[in-house]
Design a binder for this molecule. Structure first.
Ligand SMILES: [Zn+2]
Length: 459
């Protein structure tokens, strides 16, 4: 049956000439095709993968952009964008498709800024976290869509109220002591969350994400953690006070980078609301529990903010180009923010990578942990910091570091194993006991040649 295909192709070509494929809404099948189209155009720097399925069985697709797609390069940070968590808030979904196409095209045309971004960063884009909700909203279309139609997943659950609540745990630890990051999941967490949430949590645990944004609609503002107010249980959720993280200055800066690079977000007056600088603390706007951005910060190394991008949750197609132009620079600049602060590798005395080492900054009650290659990333504003690396069984190491405004400062640690925990009192000739502080080594020190695994440097 050779005849129908050329006709179809001619129609497709005609369609392409009259209506750019890009500035329109993409139903689920079209979204999947759009992601594979980008992959086919830029196969060397992209990979399409799925993180799981929605309640109705739709695969949750991610497009990865990197100079080595599919592998983590030590010292190269991982970032993510998540769109369409609320199925009826659709602008983020379309912007992320635009961004994927844009990065691919600009890489091909050797745009130096995009080349650098893709060489130095591993970018993961999940355009739709809630494809089931989207289909419900899209079936009604931009004009018909009610305020809540399609917001939840197919089981009627709001996914941004579905993550395990680690805030209460953290507030307790802040008061009585305990970990200030990488708070563990409850034992039965998998049975308590929706399939989409479960997939995203497993995704977060599979990659060492450092920076992220979650794209929503219904307002125009960059919202930073915490979303949950300390007094959440006692107050009207619509009248709450600020709930600030130990990294508040950094979060404010990240939010401002987006709002000021955005066409109009920074002006503050949008959709009948006023937010100075176009940013807000989540809890001071309205408190919500079990949200995704608080979870990112408390359970992983990832700093996530929530971007509200349009007054109209389901904008008409005619508005998409203006929205893209208003968000394009902000979406790129935000990704570039992952390259600030300090980063480095934590090694043991035999030059083995030390995953799970804890990096603490004096004065900021939020640590980060090194990844599987022993590499860590600690976003910090310019300044001078006292930084300590610790790992179980090793002596901590503390250094003073100055962070500049541009490139991250490279700070590697080599931790010495605690060779003896008990200090036998040994008499030295003619004298008293040795200083109790001195460690008596049981095993002779190995030479550097004992290196088992050579650390791979940055590509
Ligand atoms: Zn939303």
């Amino acid at each position: 049956m050779p005849a129908p295909l050329p006709v179809f192709l001619r129609l497709l070509l005609l369609f392409k000439l009259v209506a750019p494929v890009t500035f329109r809404h993409h139903r689920y099948d079209e979204l999947v095709r759009a992601l594979y189209k980008v992959h086919n155009q830029c196969p060397d720097i992209t990979r399409v993968y799925s993180i799981g399925r929605s309640a109705k069985g739709r695969l949750l697709y991610v497009l990865e952009l990197s100079d080595y797609p599919g592998s983590h390069e030590p010292l190269e940070p991982e970032v993510k964008y998540v769109g369409n968590m609320h199925g009826n808030e659709v602008l983020g979904r379309e912007l992320l498709l635009q961004l994927s196409e844009f990065l691919c095209e600009e890489f091909r045309s050797r745009n130096p800024r995009v080349l650098r971004l893709i060489q130095d960063t591993r970018i993961h884009i999940l355009p739709s976290m809630n494809p089931d909700g989207y289909e419900v909203a899209a079936a009604q279309g931009p004009d018909m869509s009610g305020y809540l139609v399609g917001r939840n997943n197919a089981n009627g659950v709001d996914l941004n109220r579905n993550f395990p609540d680690l805030n209460t745990y953290f507030y307790y630890n802040e008061k009585y002591g305990g970990p200030n990051h990488h708070l563990p999941l409850p034992d039965n967490w998998k049975s308590q969350v929706e399939p989409e949430t479960r997939a995203v949590i497993q995704w977060m645990n599979a990659f060492n994400f450092i920076l992220s944004a979650n794209l929503h609609g219904g307002a125009v503002v960059a919202n930073y953690p915490y979303d949950k107010s300390l007094e959440h249980r006692f107050q009207n959720p619509h009248r709450t006070s600020e709930s600030l993280t130990p990294d508040d200055k950094l979060f404010k800066k990240l939010a401002r980078v987006y709002s000021y690079a955005h066409g109009w977000m920074h002006q503050g007056w949008n959709c009948g609301d006023y937010f100075p600088d176009g940013i807000t603390n989540g809890a001071s706007w309205y408190s919500l529990s079990k949200g995704m951005q608080d979870f990112n910060y408390l359970h992983t190394n990832c700093f996530e903010i929530t971007l509200e991008l349009s007054c109209n949750k389901f904008p008409r197609e005619e508005e998409l180009e203006r929205e893209w132009l208003g968000n394009r620079e902000a979406l790129i600049q935000f990704l570039e923010q992952v390259h600030q602060g300090i980063k480095g590798v934590v090694l043991d005395d035999n030059y083995n990578n030390l995953p799970g080492a804890v990096i603490s900054v004096t004065g900021i009650n939020h640590d980060v942990t090194s990844g599987e290659d022993g590499d860590y990333f600690r976003l910090l504003l310019p300044g001078t910091y006292t930084v300590t690396a610790t790992a179980p069984g090793f002596n901590p190491e503390t250094v003073s570091v100055t962070v500049g405004p541009a490139e991250p400062t490279l700070v590697n640690f080599q931790l010495k194993r605690i060779t003896d925990q008990v200090y036998p009192v040994r008499r030295v000739p003619g004298g008293g006991p040795r200083s109790r502080g001195k460690v008596l080594s049981r095993t002779p020190k190995r030479k550097d040649t004992a290196t088992k695994r050579q650390h791979r440097g940055p590509a």
